[in-house]
Design a protein around this ligand. Sequence first.
Ligand SMILES: Nc1ncnc2c1ncn2[C@@H]1O[C@H](COP(=O)(O)OP(=O)(O)O)[C@@H](O)[C@H]1O
Length: 192
Amino acid sequence: MALSREALIEAVSAQMPDKRWKHTLGVMETSVKLAERYGGDPARAETAAILHDVAKYWPVERMKEIIVENGLSTELLNYDKQLWHAEVGAFVAGNEYGITDPEVLDAIRYHTSGRENMGLLEKIVCLADYIEPGRDFPGVDNIRKLSKASLEEGLVAGFDSTISLLLQKRQIVFPLTVLARNDLVRIMEDKI
Ligand SMILES: Nc1ncnc2c1ncn2[C@@H]1O[C@H](COP(=O)(O)OP(=O)(O)O)[C@@H](O)[C@H]1O
């Protein structure tokens, strides 16, 4: 059964340090604003935002177990553990918090990596995760500025910053982010 907004907030905030909950509050606020601006459903965007990092602080072994035992994307296990919480978070949102809305679940599942053909809620939560008021990394103000022009412009800048950073650090790039980025660039070129 789905929990009330308040019960959801209480349950999810209990699973992370205060600093991460503050980040989640920022993602909630920004997701609602982006939904209002770009024609998304603010309430559904907020629900996905509340839950997006629910598994962020879960032990790695527990996340791995959930992925393997429930037939989730085992491909993810070949990539940085930082990526796992999104897939696990979507599973937990469905199984423990009664979320059945597939678009809310996908917004949680793809909030870190993105993917091709991202839906509106996916774009909103992924972009909000980059630009919420508490974020402070080189280039974030440019992403905020571009986000006022379009969700796609903002997201491409966000993905570009993630990919650049990974390349600089000689880290492995999970390919879905590259596919997401290319897909959005194509969409923007078609608009010109
Ligand atoms: N495509 C990718 N390949 C590898 N690592 C990635 C990719 N996308 C994001 N990451 C890494 O995953 C980590 C978590 O991302 P995210 O959930 O946005 O983080 P946080 O909210 O903790 O800043 C980041 O350190 C980022 O560098």
